[in-house]
Design a protein around this ligand. Sequence first.
Ligand SMILES: Nc1ncnc2c1ncn2[C@@H]1O[C@H](COP(=O)(O)OP(=O)(O)OP(=O)(O)O)[C@@H](O)[C@H]1O
Length: 297
Amino acid sequence: MRAQPALRTRNVGKRYREAWALRDCTLELPPGRVSALVGPNGAGKTTLLRLSVGLLTPTVGSVEVFGESPATNSVRALSRIGFLAQDHPLYRQFTVADLLRFGRSCNVRFDHELAARRLTQLGISLDARAGALSGGQQSQVALALALAKRPNLLVLDEPMSSLDPLARQEFQQTLMGAVADGELTVLFSSHAVHELERVCDHLVVINHGQVVLSGDIDSLLAEHRLLVGPRIETDPRGSRSVVEVKHSDRHTTLLVRQGAAPIMPGWQANPVGLEELVLAYLRRPVDPEAESHKEPA
Ligand SMILES: Nc1ncnc2c1ncn2[C@@H]1O[C@H](COP(=O)(O)OP(=O)(O)OP(=O)(O)O)[C@@H](O)[C@H]1O
């Protein structure tokens, strides 16, 4: 039997006044995985994340977390979800110990010991005031608070964007350790396409409010090939399997989906890297029907 998805959205659209931030978004996140949500500025990532945790309700369509709508705000549904907002605000005057006590008083499943141990291991004093910690340490405190809730789905909005490379690595290790420890599914948004492969095993790419690619990373890489051959003058973009076409003086390179695409004589099939794959999908024009994000007059 197929496991229940951690997150399932069906034809979700979100409109802010007359503008659509998200259109016809249908996706499933398998449980126990780390998924990255990738897209350029304004693509709709924060909107999708806020819909996933019940902070927004869809204009159309449905959102379910482990089979329940997060927007109903039922205690049971929300106790299974952890959320780290983009700027992960902490009460600056509170000590770390105050924040942990506060977390415990707000969440029935809060694991105080776990959070205190994680932070001590990272050398973060429980007596320190949040406002006196570095950006990286504040992110770790916010992550420890979110994990102490023992959520089944942890949603993080660009959690590493302000961290230096060392702090990013520590943050990633804490996250991956938490996934290895228990029944946790992670969905985080990121612009750092080059480091996704190290951190996650599932990917959702959105552009102009539409999901343009999603799936298991290994499968996506196996399904795509870069075909390199002598320059062609016809435009093969009409074929659904052709994602992108590039020409040099003498050669044409086709990014195709459909691993088994027949190779023409004189053509070579090469694997594609994840960053190249994501960027190719982001460069594709989106469906003109949905591109405007505007309601028809
Ligand atoms: N509260 C709001 N009111 C009106 N429009 C909004 C609101 N929030 C977001 N938008 C618009 O919705 C679209 C998607 O925004 P969203 O914040 O979801 O994108 P994003 O992918 O998270 O962007 P970024 O990477 O810059 O954080 C943008 O065009 C944005 O201007």
